[in-house]
Design a protein around this ligand. Structure first.
Ligand code: ING
Length: 316
């Protein structure tokens, strides 16, 4: 029987690096109110939804770098978002940059949390696939220094039973890797929520610039179809601190079809009724992993081709 969850993709236009957190949170709440009016149960915000995407520039000063991170969640600037959500009875996924001191030393992560309709943080994910480099690239119009500013996520790809279904999180570059969806697919995920900051120009691979939007949707549509799950991908888009970023936030069905899409490069809410029961027909037929996957053969095939173990290191 149908299990509809109404999901809103809350796409964000640029966040100027001078825009105070409070003003950004007011933008998030405005979109939450619009989503609520459209009947949404859950609002999906983008990656690094509280600040400009600072990995695009070189930062020497530690205090400046830390100014883009949250020491607590919710903190004074984000508490109003949690209060508004609880008042409206709506859940949300928020991407932000996390300062963690739980191990006794300062650690920085590119993080996403899942908050239920009572305002409780039911899930946290830290970005695993960090693109870019650790050193400055002279001559590039902008940098990608995620490997310099963040540690690799240490929480895996969990799936939580909440708000009527099995839900998982990912962040930006994660969406390009099949393992991201499959590790959650093996846990029965029905709704993957992710955000992205993706420039229209890739200085390291300029020949693919005209394929940016295609690769964006290709990655998420494949992940949805091959794991029988809904996928919601939400952009931070438009020209942010001189970097032009793609939009086309979308909501994708387990069939791989895009059922809702943003069409501007600014704050915009797109909503769809996601019947989580539509996952079943894929999970129980063409992608019934128990019946059709042959993991015992993948190792043999890869050994024969000399490509190493299916989950191990790629050949150099
Ligand atoms: N950004 C980009 C992404 O994976 C990138 C990196 C840019 C990849 C352009 C390809 C082309 O969408 C983040 N933040 O991961």
């Amino acid at each position: 029987m149908p299990r509809p969850v109404i999901v809103a993709a809350a796409q964000m236009g640029p966040i100027p690096k001078t825009q105070p957190r409070q003003e950004v949170v007011a933008r998030l709440i405005q979109m939450m109110e619009r989503a609520k009016k459209m009947g949404a149960d859950i609002v999906v915000y983008t990656e690094a939804a509280l600040t400009a995407f600072f990995p695009h520039w070189w930062i020497e000063d530690e205090a400046e770098l830390d100014s883009y991170f949250e020491r607590e969640m919710p903190g004074p600037a984000t508490q109003p978002l949690f209060d508004a959500a609880r008042k409206m009875g709506i859940g949300f996924k928020l991407g932000y940059c996390e300062l963690d001191f739980s191990t006794g030393k300062k650690r920085r992560f590119n993080t996403a949390i899942l908050v239920d309709k009572q305002g409780r943080i039911v899930g946290k994910y830290r970005k695993v696939h960090l693109p870019g480099v650790t050193d400055y690239k002279p001559g590039y119009p902008f940098q990608n220094l995620e490997k310099r500013y963040f540690e690799v996520g240490d929480l895996g790809f969990p799936v939580w039973e909440t708000m009527g279904g099995k839900m998982g999180l990912a962040i930006c570059n994660d969406r390009r890797w099949p393992e991201t969806y499959r590790v959650m697919g093996l846990q029965g995920v029905e709704l993957v929520m992710l955000g992205y900051n993706t420039p229209t120009h890739n200085p390291a691979m300029p020949e693919t610039d005209d394929l940016g939007n295609f690769h964006n949707h290709l990655s998420m549509q494949s992940g949805a179809y091959q794991n029988g799950t809904w996928v919601v991908g939400v952009a931070k888009c438009g020209v942010e601190e001189g970097v032009d970023q793609i939009g086309q936030s979308c909501i994708i069905a387990p069939s791989g079809e895009i059922v809702a899409q943003c069409t501007t490069l600014d704050d915009e809410v797109a909503v769809a009724v996601c019947d989580l029961d539509r996952c079943k027909s894929y999970k129980e037929s063409i992608f019934n992993f128990a019946k059709h996957r042959r993991t015992e053969h993948y190792g043999l095939i890869l050994e024969r081709t000399g490509a190493g173990s299916p989950l191990g290191k790629a050949p150099v």
